[in-house]
Design a binder for this molecule. Sequence first.
Ligand code: NAD
Length: 288
Amino acid sequence: MTAQILDGKALAEQLRTTFKTRVAALMARNTCPGLAVILAGEDPASQVYVRNKVNACEAADVFSQKIIFPADVPQNALLAKIAELNADAAIHGILVQLPLPRHIHEASVLAAIAPEKDVDGFHAENLGALAQGVPRFIPCTPYGVMKMLETHRVDLPGKEIVIIGRSNIVGKPMALLLIHAGATVTVCHSRTRDLAAHTRRADILIAAAGKPRFISADMVKPGAIIIDVGVNRLPDGKLCGDVDFEAARETASLITPVPGGVGPMTIAMLLANTIEAAERKAEAAAAK
Ligand code: NAD
């Protein structure tokens, strides 16, 4: 079996058309959705991610503001900027690019973002709402994965789903969404014993460990769906996922490529959340 490719880039482009329609409707109500992206430090990968997010805003007619701090920015300066953006009526979404420099306490910074502008969905209040099954903002990467599965009409109730990775931004919210969708979810991580025994049971395997091509074809159940969240840079500068794509493609039924899979969908869902935030604010203003 050669798996069908789950093309995240094409799906993200399709979604952009719907975003433009929503933005035009907002503009007609004198609201231009606005996203502020904060970057602290000079991490090259983070710089690329921020540039991609800002470019995606431009392509969807969403206003964006990029705020760059040096790596030694004091935490108070970051918090003061967030307070300013919380009060700025032109900004509907605030995103702090992670990881932050080591001297900054990440949880305090995320907690400072107004929950109604937390378009990354990392604020404890928003993660709590997600855990309760009443999400306000779904973290963009798991949201993008759900959208891909939905678009390909993947039936989730009762499915065995194995997620590799337990981070706050991918693994944990991904598990919550899939549990609520009726799947049986196993979360594996760096302390898991016999990873392959778990992955071989998976109807759907979601890899988010950040280990280049460490999922080999013999770890995949024949006919499984593979979602490769990992983004790893090889010594030759090329990007690859956590899955040995070429080999696993011969075993799986559906697989996401890297690049061109989950990455573009993550950015698309950031726009979706930002537009949603602006729509909610416009609705609230109209109801007054
Ligand atoms: P993280 O480093 O916070 O978490 C990695 C997780 O993988 C940890 O829970 C760890 O326990 C687990 N892990 C590590 N080695 C393992 C092993 N050998 N076996 C089993 N589990 C193992 O990373 P993260 O922020 O969740 O990101 C994971 C990957 O996804 C990275 O490659 C990152 O670049 C990528 N990512 C991609 C997108 C996207 O839009 N495509 C978005 C976010 C993250």
